[in-house]
Design a protein around this ligand. Structure first.
Ligand code: PLP
Length: 378
């Protein structure tokens, strides 16, 4: 009998687990994949793994997973069409660190550059600009969240004597809009700007950009300088993680030796989570390119289903090309809270992430039907 009485600590843990389990299945508004199983890796939590230093250099501290980290970086470098002899990267804490690293790298190359980013860019972009004390210029967006290229050209033309750093979106937070690198490069050429750096924020869509048809230019073959994704979004990870990739030739220009570990300091943070490369490597080994592609196609199917089901009850929604984000006018506060929906400027969205099934969509639509202000077409 006695062992049925929980200590206060056990009670807390049990409550926490119940709460997390309940909410985990009711996330429609945030790009989190929760369909993973890393049970096989549990015993690795007994190690204090720290990937301090540059993952492509030898380091004196050896409780590391940098060999797996390099494999993961290689996997995505290939997916992003990087030159096999000229890529470099590391596993970060997430998308915000990716953007900070991209802009920091750009500033190292062009200290007097102006950073151009759209008003739909993630909040980590203006924050990074602020941290780095860079000059910046905000570009308007069109209805779907994509950069307004005419506005970009106007603003580039007004500053054509200065190097340009382009922080482009490959999947904006609210509408999953993608800025087109090819068009942006045309505008740079039209303005006669030859010194520029292009960073792609692919937090969500970077993971499946290679499979989008028709193709949207976004990778190293299109002339970008750095590219990134958040690994806890489409790929799925128990802890936040990101993948940042640039060219080795760019990194070589900004390398800082670090005596204390006999390596180089080329990452934003010093000590780095050594478990995330292990989890990510395990995930990518299991998934492979074909599994990743299938994962994306499944999401597209649920996205289509979602649009159709919303249309059936008279709700008009929009999806950007190749996107798994369905956006529409905001719902009631009650529904917003129940399904953890993000709302910005009267627009809300559903992310048809890999763990979201047609049953989730059905349950959501049922909730909408119960709402009085939504008209049901019969
Ligand atoms: C989520 C997101 C980020 C930031 O990612 P974190 O991993 O939360 O730091 C960056 N950019 C875009 C477009 C995002 O949607």
């Amino acid at each position: 009998m006695n062992n049925l009485i929980l200590t206060p600590q056990e009670q807390q843990l049990s409550l926490l687990k119940d709460r997390l389990t309940h909410y985990k299945n009711k996330v429609l508004g945030y790009p989190i994949s929760s369909d993973f199983d890393f049970t096989e890796l549990h015993s690795f939590l007994k190690f204090s793994i720290n990937n301090i230093g540059d993952p492509f250099e030898e380091c004196n501290y050896r409780v590391q997973t940098t060999n797996l980290e390099r494999e993961v970086i290689g996997f995505f470098a290939t997916l992003f069409n990087a030159d096999p002899n000229d890529y470099w990267g590391y596993i970060t804490n997430g998308g915000s660190e990716n953007n900070l690293c991209g802009l920091h790298t750009a500033r190292k190359l062009y200290s007097d550059a102006i950073v151009y980013y759209s008003d739909a860019a993630h909040y980590s972009v203006p924050k990074s600009v602020d941290i780095l004390n860079m000059k910046s210029c905000v570009i308007a967006t069109t209805f779907n969240g994509e950069m307004d290229y005419a506005d970009l050209e106007k603003k580039l033309a007004a500053n054509k004597d200065k190097p340009a750093v382009l922080n482009l979106n490959f999947g904006t937070t609210m509408t999953e809009a993608k800025d087109n690198v090819a068009i942006v490069k045309e505008k740079l050429t039209a303005c006669g700007i030859e010194s520029y750096y292009i960073h792609i924020d692919g937090a969500l869509s970077g993971s499946y950009g290679a499979f989008i048809e028709p193709r949207i230019p976004f990778d190293f073959s299109d002339g970008v300088d750095s590219m990134c994704l958040s690994a806890h979004k489409f790929l799925g990870s128990p802890m936040p993680a990101g993948v940042f990739i640039t060219k080795k030739s760019i990194r070589d220009k900004i390398l800082r030796p670090m005596e204390v570990i006999d390596s180089y300091d080329s990452t934003v943070t010093g000590s780095r989570n050594g478990h995330t490369p292990l989890f990510l490597w395990y995930n990518m080994e299991k998934m492979g390119v074909s599994g990743l592609k299938k994962r994306y196609y499944n999401c597209l199917e649920v996205t289509e289903y979602c649009v159709a089901e919303l249309a059936k009850i008279g709700i008009e929604s929009w999806v950007n090309p190749g996107a798994i984000t369905v956006f529409f006018k905001e719902t009631s506060l009650d529904i917003k809270k129940r399904w953890q929906l993000a709302t910005v400027a009267g627009i809300t969205h559903i992310l048809c992430m890999p763990n979201i099934t047609k049953q989730h969509i059905d349950a959501f639509v049922e909730d909408l039907i119960k709402e009085k202000y939504i008209s049901v077409i019969d």
